[in-house]
Design a protein around this ligand. Structure first.
Ligand SMILES: *Cc1c(COP(=O)(O)O)cnc(C)c1O
Length: 407
């Protein structure tokens, strides 16, 4: 019999979701209004310390509303992280605005604060209206928020945090999405917890969140009939899915633990592999950073891995029915964003060339893990020429700028 497929990050249901869903059927709140929506928003706020939350149909919708609330209009500019999922940057185009892409820094793989400031200066010098900064906490790793917030204050440009992949991660003890003016979460099927599809906008600013609620429910003015003075959206989360979210949220901490456990198991393997002369690198948490390790991502630099490439590894996994993925392709390399300005780019390009996301689901079994390691053992088996190969990669590593595994 064929072995079952191992997925990158499949949904993982708990025991409570079905109860909440049945409750919705019984109470007939089969609508984008209802008690589970409010309860889900309150639970996310309690967890994250955000004061207000608006549950929405997707993380992409949340970013779109955040941009509208930040006053982003046609011709304005939004500074985006180039290394991200397209859902991060699409909403800038929905507004007819221009995304300006900024490269990553090697420590967190997220927005480089130095390049961010350089980009803001240059855009302003050219007379452009930079209306928002949109950093991403990619794969769960927090961006350097203190530095980014400092720049935000200095130039008086609001920050919208894309924490779609980072629920359960912490930056200096604080949940992500709560430092900026607004933050967004996603509960898409592949995220650390899911409502099949869904998202949330969070903020400490009450006025903004009231406006978000208004816009997301078709912008209906006070009146017995349907009266509209503003452009609205049908972006609200359904009460049924909010019920799934409540169930999922009750197991979030276990999910974070399981994902971090995956990361550590991979890390252990790569430490041993390094002794055999293959130096695969990972993203390490700087002090004060806590990643939910949504996905475990590795860098396969052929110069440090005796010629083994990311693609060679990915194809071997594919043959064994194991799903892996290259890292997000930087937005400045995407055909859609050809015309968009970009500052820097070499780091994200190199991450894209070498980066591979490994199976990271919270329900990954020891047996599945064995299968994954077996594939890696078969690939990392080039003719080892002893200590010389090892020495060579050590020099490359110094020339490179990526953090190496702490021993
Ligand atoms: C998933 C994701 C989004 C979009 O969220 P959806 O809920 O799928 O619309 C945005 N940004 C990042 C970084 C994501 O991973």
């Amino acid at each position: 019999m064929e072995k079952s497929r191992i997925f990158l990050s499949p949904p993982h249901m708990g025991e409570k979701e079905l109860e909440y869903v049945l409750d919705v059927f019984r109470s007939n709140w089969m609508a984008p209004v209802g008690p589970h929506i409010t309860a889900f928003e309150e639970a996310i706020c309690r967890l994250t310390g955000a004061e207000y939350g608006v549950a929405l149909s997707s993380g992409t919708a949340a970013i779109h509303l955040a941009l509208i609330l930040a006053g982003v209009e046609r011709g304005d500019e939004v500074i985006c992280q180039s290394l991200t999922f397209a859902g991060s940057a699409f909403p800038v185009l929905y507004q007819g605005a221009v995304p300006v892409f900024v490269d990553s820094e090697p420590g967190t793989w997220n927005m480089d604060p130095g390049i961010l400031e350089e980009a803001i200066r240059e855009r302003q010098r050219q007379g452009r209206r930079v209306k928002a900064i949109l950093p991403v906490h990619l794969y769960g790793m927090p961006a350097r928020m203190d530095e980014i917030m400092e720049i935000s204050r200095r130039y008086e440009i609001p920050v919208i945090e894309d924490a779609a992949e980072a629920l359960g991660s912490l930056y200096k003890g604080r949940h992500l999405g709560t430092d900026g003016l607004m933050g967004i979460l996603s509960f898409n099927g592949n995220k650390i917890i899911t409502t099949t599809g869904g998202g949330m906008l969070v903020s400490r600013n009450r006025q903004l969140m009231e406006k978000a609620r208004f816009l997301s429910t078709q912008a209906r003015d006070e009146a017995p009939h349907y009266e509209h003075s503003q452009l609205g959206f049908n972006y609200r989360m359904s009460n049924l899915l909010a019920g799934v979210g409540l169930g999922q949220l009750s197991v979030l901490q276990e999910r974070v633990k399981a994902r971090r456990h995956n990361f550590r198991k991979y890390q252990q393997y790569f430490r041993e592999l390094k002794m055999r002369g293959f130096h695969v690198r990972m993203c390490h948490e700087p002090t004060g950073f806590f990643s939910n390790r949504w996905l475990t991502v590795i860098l396969v630099d052929p110069g440090c891995c005796q010629g083994v490439t990311r693609e060679k590894l990915r194809l071997a996994f594919g043959k064994a029915r194991i799903e892996t993925r290259p890292m997000w392709k930087p937005m400045h390399l995407q055909p859609l964003f050809r015309e968009a300005p970009c500052y820097g780019g070499r780091i994200s390009e190199r991450l894209f060339d070498q980066g591979l996301c490994l199976p990271s689901g919270s329900a990954l079994t020891p047996g599945e893990f064995e299968r994954i390691l077996r594939v890696m053992n078969s690939v990392f088996r080039a003719p080892v020429t002893g200590r010389r190969a090892f020495k060579r990669h050590e020099t490359v590593q110094i020339a490179g700028n990526f953090g190496s595994a702490p021993s």
